[in-house]
Design a protein around this ligand. Sequence first.
Ligand SMILES: [Zn+2]
Length: 233
Amino acid sequence: MAILIRLQKTESAVAGISAKKKDLPVRMSTLEQEFKTFCAVVEKEREQLEALRKSRRDKDTHLQKGQELLKRSRERLFEVKTNKEYQSILKEIENLEEKNSRMEDEIISLLEELDHFEKSIQEKEEELQARRLRYDEEKKNMEAELRALEEELDVCVRKIADLKKDIPADVLRKYEQIKSIGRGVAVASVWKEVCDGCHMSIPPQLYNQLQKSTALITCPNCNRIIYWEHRED
Ligand SMILES: [Zn+2]
């Protein structure tokens, strides 16, 4: 009976380890996905920042050209002969001044936008750095966890094989049979007349017998092999 209990406990441990092992790749890919998503966000902002900077350079060049044109027009003002020409250049100057002033306003608001954006991206870059460290560490932890689980599993599998060697063939056959209909669990403990396999009460007489006997007794409800286990509750 003691061997059967150990066999059951080891097999239950295998089930637990296998479940965790199956869960790990899911957790790993979730982690990776989250990290990659954030990387993409930062990458997109970097591109936006670059576009804003380029736009600023273009507007600067534009303004420079506008200022040169204005300067030339003002010089031409002194060379004109007729009033009509004079008026036309004055109009031209007025237009250029307006255009330049608009461009200056655009540059100022672009500078504000750039300033704001640079701060935001700076924060994101810092967060990315922190996330990268965390991601690397968590990935390493998960890989270590996976290796540990595999080792644990190996130990359990060897232990199960050893335990089975010490169990009489007919008992083992019965164990496997009960296991296959008992959703992987063949042996259940009983405490305070309640079977841990099916959570049903067993008759008091059987409970008494269970506490004294070393024979194989099965639960009248779920048919699992049962044993008495004293618990502190
Ligand atoms: Zn039961």
